[in-house]
Each structure stands twice: as structure tokens, then as C-alpha cells.
Design a protein around this ligand. Structure first.
Ligand SMILES: Cc1ncc(COP(=O)(O)O)c(C=O)c1O
Length: 450
């Protein structure tokens, strides 16, 4: 029988992930064990409800898996189960955040979160004048805080003053493109000073926090959400940690934040949990508790710092002048390069990064002014600082090449430009030459940790 075309595509994707340099900071390679758990028979089972309190029969093994996952999650982050609860059922980072809002807020309550073009996330709300882009902005009143325009880091005094003026019920920290550590102590103090809950969304940094390489938000936050598939190196999923020692009082009930979160996830916004994913998360949590993961997390940061340093030395505007974690944001405006052009040129050279908005963005999200890159996936492959220097040299060559391509104004002219650009770049000899070098370099490093 002919093989299903889907499997041919999966094989092609496996080659792409092996032969190119995956530098999107939110991506990583999950281990064979994680992938085995996610592809297991657990996907056949319905398990609505919580461990020991299901709405379906036949869940004795599922209960044991989910319980193990929760215990490992609390242990990894050093949390006392009397003080913290954890929900591992949210299907991904965005539904996890939604569940938190459903649990803690009434419709029209106020949220304060990071401005998207400065590096925030859509799931923290996003709207343009007169138009809610993210559903969160339709239901709740969201106001954004910004980075300080010259340093491009947070001015916590200003965030505190804004919180006093706006009086939110929830303050959120975390984002997709902020390269510096967040001061959770300050954010927690600001939230408490205005009677707001503090949600630390550490989707990106989860693995670095687990390893102790970035600061932990737990002493300062009421709720902590994270994705499991970025620096934590698990399957696509999420976890919500929330306080058992804090009581939520609404008009007709008094419950712990942890219970409110469980009820918001199910039956609030989801049906049956994906227990195969929960099993994969459990496997990745055990992997993340090893000394080799600690070495990994340290190397992730060392590699990202090396990339940032090399790009800065070459004259590129590295936002905030470096990084404390796994990601680097480059504002390409002073180099006369479009983020869109750079991302496509780099892809043609086998180097996969994001085009990204930058603080004080002057262009559109589809044709933004920067690129965002990161080290988690490269580091999983065993690459070190000297490898980063080599990769940075290829990137610098390709960024300099990118400067010749200027996106014109006007829809028609732009579409004509895009066709010409994509066809010429795919045939350019200097780009093809870098691609050849990148491919033979990348193939030397195993992708999926065993
Ligand atoms: C800070 C932050 N929160 C939430 C999410 C949403 O995660 P997901 O894509 O799994 O919905 C992301 C994803 O990049 C993120 O960066």
C-alpha cells in the first residue's frame, strides 16, 4: 500500500529541522521519550475533571500519570503543595492565560500588560484604536505598559505610577521579545500596592527558571503560567501554578486561587484534557530536573550572549545591548534593513529566525523593523560559544547582503517587489554558498536529545 503523504511530509520536516539552524527562541527539540509519550495510547482516553474526580470511567492509569506530572512540576520549581497548586491541563500558553482571567476577573475588569510591539504577547490582550484584535481585549479592559524608549528596558517607577492611575485588578508580566530578566519583586510590589493580582507569564523562560539560571517569580506572584515547549523542552502545552494560600472572594463564593483556576480550565473553557501531552510534560519535567539540564540552561544563556555580542560588535543595534536569557532582539532600522527581508534572506541561507517588531516600532507587524533570534534549539544540539561565533558570522554576511533590498511603498509595487526578491534571493550565489556551509555544519550536530 502507498505510504500516506503525511508521513513523507513529516520526513521532510525532520530533514529541515536537521539541516537548518533553528533559531526561533520559542522553539526547541523535544526528546525521543517526550515524543513517545505524546504519541502514546493515552491520546485515546477522555478524562474530564481532576485527578480522582473524573466524569469518565477507566482513568486509573491516567490519574496516576497526571498526578505524577503535577508532583514533578511542584518539585522542579521547589514549591510546597500546601501553598501552591498546579494545573497541567491547559492546552497551550494562550488558553492557560485565558483560564487565569476567567478565574480571577469579571468581564470588563482591568488588566495591565506589556505593549505588544515592545515584546508583549497577544494573549495578554491587544487592541488598536476602536478595534479589539485579541478576544481578551474584547472582554476585559486592557491598558499596556511600555519599555522606556531610550534604554528599552522597563522603568518600574513609571509602571507603578501607571498602575496607580489605571487601578487594574490584574497585572501581567512576561512577553515574547523582552531580552532582559523581569524584576518580579518590583512587579509583585506594584500589584500589591494597587490591590491587583500579579500574574507572571514565564512562557519563554520556564526552563531557565527551573534550572535557576533566571530568577524565580514564585515568591512574588499569585499565579505563574508557562508553556512547556520552549526553554523547558517538553511537548506543546502549558502549566498554571496558583496559590492555595490565597482566597478569592466573589459575590457568592470563597475559594482558593488554585481551585478557581482548576474550575476555569474545566468546565470553564476546556473539555477533555490531552493526557498524552500531560504524559509528555511529565517526562520533560524529569529531564529538566537533571544536572545535564542545568548545564544546558547555562549554555543557552552563554550562547545567546555570544550571539548578541557578535552582532553588536558588527555594528547592529542589539536591543538593550544584550540579553539575560535565551533571546536576542535586533533593531535593523539603523542598518537600513527590513526585518521581513532579513528573515527571508536568512531562511534561504538555512538560518531560521523571526521577523519581529521592536520598541518604538515605526513599521507594520507584517513588515517589522527587527529580527528575533535565540539559542534554545541550537544548544540542545550541543552547540557552544565558538559555534555561535561561526553562526553569527554567517548571519552578519547575510544581513549585509539584505541591506540592498528596500521594500517599496504601495500594495502593487510591494507585491511585485516580493516576487522579484524571493525569486532572486533563492538563486543568489552568495546566499546559496552560505546555505551549503550552514547545511554541512548543521548536519554534524544531532537534533533530538536521546
Ligand atoms: C509570553 C507568552 N505567553 C503565552 C504564549 C502563548 O503560548 P501558545 O503559543 O502555546 O498559545 C507565548 C507564546 O509564544 C508567549 O511568548
Amino acid at each position: 500500500m502507498k505510504r500516506d503523504a503525511v508521513f513523507d511530509l513529516i520526513t521532510k520536516e525532520e530533514s529541515r529541522q536537521t539541516e537548518e539552524l533553528q533559531m526561533i527562541p520559542s522553539e526547541n527539540y523535544a526528546s525521543a521519550d517526550v515524543r513517545q509519550a505524546v504519541g502514546s495510547v493515552l491520546m485515546n482516553k477522555y478524562a474530564e475533571g481532576q485527578v480522582g474526580k473524573r466524569y469518565y470511567q477507566g482513568n486509573k492509569n491516567i490519574d496516576a500519570v497526571e498526578d505524577l506530572c503535577k508532583k514533578r512540576a511542584l518539585r522542579l520549581f521547589g514549591l510546597d503543595s500546601k501553598i501552591w497548586g498546579v494545573n497541567v491541563q491547559a492546552l497551550s500558553g494562550s488558553p492557560a492565560n485565558l483560564a487565569v482571567y476567567v478565574a480571577l476577573l469579571e468581564p470588563k475588569d482591568r488588566i495591565m500588560s506589556m505593549f505588544l510591539p515592545d515584546g508583549g504577547h497577544l494573549s495578554h490582550g491587544w487592541h488598536l484604536p476602536g478595534k479589539s484584535v485579541s478576544f481578551v481585549s474584547k472582554i476585559w479592559e486592557v491598558e499596556f505598559y511600555h519599555v522606556e524608549p531610550t534604554t528599552r528596558v522597563f522603568d518600574y517607577d513609571e509602571i507603578g505610577r501607571q498602575a496607580k492611575r489605571f487601578s487594574p485588578k490584574l497585572i501581567i508580566s512576561g512577553g515574547t521579545a523582552y531580552p532582559r530578566e523581569i524584576d518580579h519583586k518590583r512587579m509583585g510590589e506594584i500589584a500589591r500596592s494597587v490591590g491587583a493580582y500579579y500574574l507572571a507569564d514565564i512562557a519563554h523562560e520556564a526552563g531557565l527558571v527551573a534550572a535557576g539560571v533566571n530568577h524565580s517569580p514564585f515568591s512574588h506572584a499569585d499565579v505563574v503560567t508557562m508553556t512547556t515547549h520552549k526553554t523547558l523542552r517538553g511537548p506543546r502545552g502549558a502549566m498554571i501554578f496558583s496559590r492555595r494560600n490565597k482566597i478569592q472572594v466573589t459575590s457568592n463564593k470563597r475559594i482558593t486561587l488554585a481551585d478557581a483556576i482548576d474550575q476555569a480550565v474545566f468546565p470553564g473553557i476546556q473539555g477533555g484534557p490531552h493526557e498524552h501531552t500531560i504524559a509528555g510534560i511529565a517526562v520533560s519535567l524529569k529531564e529538566a530536573s537533571t544536572s545535564s539540564f542545568l548545564r544546558y540552561a547555562k549554555q543557552v544563556v552563554a550562547n545567546a550572549k555570544t550571539l548578541a555580542g557578535e552582532l553588536e560588535k558588527a555594528g547592529f543595534d542589539v536591543v538593550t545591548g544584550g540579553t539575560d536569557k535565551h533571546l536576542v532582539l535586533v533593531d535593523l532600522r539603523s542598518s537600513g534593513i527590513s526585518g521581513w527581508v532579513a528573515a527571508w534572506v536568512l531562511e534561504n541561507a538555512g538560518i531560521i529566525v523571526n521577523k519581529n517588531t521592536v520598541p518604538a516600532e515605526t513599521a507594520s507587524p507584517f513588515y517589522p523593523s527587527g529580527i528575533r533570534l535565540g539559542s534554545p534549539a541550537l544548544t540542545t544540539r550541543g552547540m557552544k560559544e565558538h559555534d555561535m561565533r561561526r553562526i553569527a558570522a554567517w548571519m552578519i554576511e547575510m544581513l549585509r547582503y539584505s541591506a540592498r533590498w528596500k521594500i517599496p511603498d504601495g500594495k502593487e509595487k510591494r507585491e511585485r517587489f516580493m516576487r522579484k526578491f524571493l525569486s532572486e534571493v533563492s538563486e543568489d550565489k552568495s546566499v546559496a554558498d552560505v546555505y551549503k556551509q550552514v547545511r554541512s555544519f548543521a548536519k554534524r550536530f544531532p537534533t533530538f536529545p536521546e
